[in-house]
Design a protein around this ligand. Structure first.
Ligand code: GRG
Length: 306
């Protein structure tokens, strides 16, 4: 998103651009500190993990995690290990998704995909190692009175397991070339995309020892933002260039994937994304003024162009 278009989104008293830059810097520092260095033996795997982790992702999930923590009165420092954990899971899923056995892509985050640089074997292992690292970070986090380690680890496991992230990916793979209903498409989007975004905000709330009512608000917000995020992703795939996206544009159409634009058209897809974002805004009401960063992020995600 350009500087001008992003700054238009900043409401009174909240500078989204500054917020995103600051959180990205802190998350990058956290990832660098918490994960094995490139020199650590075996160096190849750590180079491969870091290659994709630091390839320039938007850090949407960590930013949502920290914003959720702050909305519930928590501290950024407490949320950072969990924000890093969700980014590790997200990056693992991208590395595996890009493999020839899955989406078979050569570019991601504007760079060659992991397997193109390190080979398929190391790319599989780099993904595995990032997934495992996420659970290590969760096991080492501080733990909170309402949310002990078991709850935190379960949260990550259910979002990334065979009933959510992997279920979505399986349904996505099996849906290629088939005509599927809008209901089935929503099933895929809820699992492939929304589950990890919802988990990110929930973990942020947990790191602030949030109340049950706050957690409910964050869950509703994350669910709707997550679905809107994927509808926008589908729209961008057909409206933006590969250069802008940092990955191959138009792949969904080529792979005959079910997407919102393919099923309901572009205009209706935009309306759906807007409706979902409005539901996300409404979910924030119980969190009051502290939720301005979450509000700003949801608006940014709706209007993003990459
Ligand atoms: C391999 C288990 C497994 C899952 C793969 C991530 C994924 C599921 C597939 C990749 C394709 C895709 C459309 C996923 C939905 C989630 C999504 C839109 C990912 C891209 O997220 P961004 O835009 O990426 O936040 P950056 O690179 O900015 O972090």
């Amino acid at each position: 998103m350009s500087k001008t278009s992003r700054s238009k989104l900043t409401g009174a008293g909240f500078d989204l651009e500054k917020f995103l830059a600051a959180k990205t810097a802190e998350v990058n520092k956290g990832l660098d500190r918490l994960l094995p260095s490139e020199k650590c033996k075996p160096a190849t795997i750590h180079r491969a993990m870091r290659y994709s982790l630091f390839a320039g992702g938007k850090r949407v999930r960590p930013a949502l995690c920290i914003a959720a923590a702050e909305a519930c009165g928590g501290k950024e420092a407490d949320a950072i290990p969990l924000a890093c954990a969700v980014e590790c899971i997200h990056t693992y899923s991208l590395i595996h998704d890009d493999l020839p056995a899955m989406d078979d892509d050569d570019y991601r985050r504007g760079k060659l995909t992991n397997h193109k640089v390190f080979g398929e074997g190391i790319a599989v292992l780099a993904g595995d190692a990032l997934l495992t690292a996420a659970f290590e970070l969760a096991a080492k986090c501080k733990g909170w009175p309402r949310y002990g380690h078991q709850t935190i680890i379960l949260e990550l496991a259910s979002a990334s397991g065979s009933l959510q992230l992997i279920a979505g990916q399986v349904a996505d793979l099996e849906g290629e070339g088939k005509t599927i209903s809008a209901k089935e498409l929503q099933y895929i989007h809820e699992r492939k995309t929304s589950a990890l975004l919802r988990c990110s905000v929930r973990l942020g709330g947990m790191s602030a020892n949030c109340t049950a009512a706050q957690l409910k608000a964050l869950t509703d917000f994350g669910y709707n933002v997550g679905l809107a995020f994927q509808v926008i992703d589908d729209i961008l795939d057909v409206t933006q260039t590969s250069d802008k996206l940092g990955k191959t544009a138009g792949k969904d159409t080529k792979a005959q994937k079910a997407t919102y634009p393919a099923i309901v058209g572009l205009q209706k897809s935009r309306e759906i994304a807007e409706r979902l974002t409005n539901r996300a805004f409404a979910a924030l009401k119980p969190l009051g003024k502290g939720a301005s960063a979450l509000h700003g992020l949801a608006e940014y995600l709706l209007k993003r162009d990459r």
